[in-house]
Design a protein around this ligand. Sequence first.
Ligand code: CA
Length: 226
Amino acid sequence: MTSVLLAEDDEAIAAPLARALSREGYTVTVEQFGPAVVEQAADGGHDLLILDLGLPGMDGLEVCRQLRTRGADIAVLMLTARTDEVDFVVGLDAGADDYVGKPFRLAELMARVRALLRRSAVSEDGVLEVGGIRLEPAARRVLVNGIEVGLANKEYELLKILIDRAGQVVLRETIMEEVWGDVELRGSKTLDMHMSWLRRKIGDEGSAAERRIATVRGVGFRLNVD
Ligand code: CA
């Protein structure tokens, strides 16, 4: 059974969220005190940590840093009332896998939870599939709605990063580093150009609202899961 650790000290948020998670079939443990969250999350018994940024005893960023320092293998979804881009980047930097700003819609949060859990339980053969886009790493093949699409090397790598982290924002810097091997030398124009080629090839050229690959201005890109 999938186990979720919910670190949230605000009862008005924790209670309904815990109920919603239980309804989805997850086992839920609620913890409020920062240092206790670190201990529980590091013991390996949970699959996902939903982490409020403002916790008594130790804030969420520090909780996250300590978990990553200890090498804890748990997916972390950060919750915060602050919606600054800066906090967003700092959160990802501290080792969070994704981020949801308060107030959030329950449906959106649950979609992010599912995406994170799906990502941490990738199938054996490494095949990744999100909403009609299927990527087969062994064959280095991409199919969209069952039809093979020929992608150039960088386009394939770009899609792989996004589908690997479906439902989450992938920072531009991360993409530059992982696909091109450097952040500085090539202008980010290269990235935008390849992104537009990729979108054209996978048929993702609708209006911004319809696009499967969403642009998070100045931050990065997100492959939407639903
Ligand atoms: Ca709080």
